[in-house]
Design a protein around this ligand. Structure first.
Ligand SMILES: Cc1ncc(COP(=O)(O)O)c(C=O)c1O
Length: 378
């Protein structure tokens, strides 16, 4: 049996999305910047996609800028806030994705900003009191806090943090890469200045994403060049990627209620089975419904002599999952997120992440393999 439990790393592209992209790959090859009919056709495809994304998120089409993915969108929000909006202080958390953390650290090392890290508790929750103190002490900050953590699933309230940022006249960027297409975002009421999305996290193609920029904020491009994306991002557009992104998001919204219900139930089933079958198992992050990303389950296994072999043995059994974040897999460094929440170093941690295509049968198979591995003391 083959089981894919690594949907937080990336998701399979679904047939409906491929179908939407094929005509663009086959026939609509005109450069969207060309004024002839070929160009106008691809321009219309991009603008149609932008309208679709904007209407799903209750934003204006002029607030959506397509990028090469989540990392570029995060970079654009953070770097342009500093370069164009007079931001000299960034507040983020030690559990952020490296697309945010390394960007903010780079700007600090270059002497462009002062960097503050807000405290997180041992489940990865942001200390809101500390955040307020940092906002009080510093003028005009940018707060960059992810909606849901990609490794442990712990979430913030965008409403609460957004209100706090407005109170202190701070800008608010949220990396929503793990929640876009998985939760409804109503940008007509949320007090956010920037959010980011990546199509490959919601069954769309890789290498395409977007940055939402609230109309009250005016920045200049991060990538300079041609006049694409209304002068905000140079470079010929990834037309088929953009079309695929919009289709994938549309389908995610159509299926969202059912997906939330079914995947939440599947995750709870896995939690219950693990508790029943593996003595001493614990979970990293908050697993409580409503406070946790329903697609992610980070399991803290009892200490074992051969922790590194766990992931390898699951792979041999046909189960794909990940140790911490897949974004830095292969580098073999410990997870900075697990470090930030003081997860015990002697307990191997494995992230299982689900999609609408996973089943109970797969969970049962996975539990049976995990059980075998622990029975033979891995
Ligand atoms: C929370 C988060 N932010 C940003 C990214 C980066 O997105 P991309 O791979 O599209 O650059 C990822 C992807 O792993 C992510 O999980």
């Amino acid at each position: 049996m083959k089981v894919y439990f690594d949907n937080a790393a990336t998701t399979p592209v679904i047939p409906e999305v491929i179908e939407a992209m094929i005509p663009v790959l086959q026939h609509q090859f005109g450069n969207p910047s060309s004024i002839h009919a070929y160009g106008r056709e691809t321009r219309a495809a991009i603008e149609g996609a932008r309208k679709k994304v904007a209407s799903l998120l209750k934003a204006a089409p002029a607030e959506i800028f397509f990028t090469s993915g989540g990392t570029e969108a995060d970079n654009m929000a953070i770097r342009c806030s500093v370069h164009d909006l007079g931001i000299r202080h960034i507040i983020t958390s030690p559990a952020e994705h490296h697309a945010v953390l390394h960007t903010a650290e780079d700007m600090m090392h270059r002497g462009e900003i002062k960097l503050s890290l807000v405290n997180v508790d041992n489940q990865g929750h942001i200390d809101l009191k500390h955040l307020e103190e940092l906002l009080k002490e510093n003028d005009r900050s940018l707060v960059s806090l992810m909606h849901a953590n990609n490794e442990i699933g712990t979430m913030i309230s965008l409403t609460e943090v957004g209100e706090l940022c407005r109170k202190y006249d701070a800008l608010f960027h949220s990396d929503t890469v793990q929640t876009l297409g998985h939760f409804p975002h109503d940008l007509s009421t949320l007090k956010v200045d920037f959010i980011t999305g990546a199509a490959h996290k919601f069954h769309g193609p890789k290498g395409v994403g977007f940055l939402y920029i609230n109309h009250r904020v005016k920045i200049k491009p991060l990538i300079t060049g041609g006049a694409q994306e209304r002068n905000m991002r140079g470079g010929t557009e990834n037309v088929y990627g953009i079309v695929g992104l919009a289709k994938a998001l549309e389908i995610s919204y159509e299926r969202m209620d059912a997906d939330i219900k079914n995947v939440t139930t599947l995750k709870q089933y896995m939690i219950d089975q693990l508790r029943a079958e593996i003595p001493g198992v614990e979970f990293n992050g908050d697993v409580e419904e409503g406070k946790s990303l329903y697609t992610v389950l980070n399991v803290s296994f009892p200490p074992t002599e051969n922790a590194e072999m766990l992931l390898f043995n699951l792979d041999i059994a046909g189960i794909a999952c990940s140790a911490g974040s897949a974004c830095s897999s292969g580098t073999n460094v410990g997870s900075h997120v697990l470090g930030a929440i003081n997860a015990p170093a002697d307990r191997p941690a494995i992230r299982f992440s689900f999609s609408r295509y996973n089943t109970r049968k797969e969970v049962d198979y996975c539990i049976s393999k995990v059980k075998e591995l622990f029975l033979v003391k891995v």
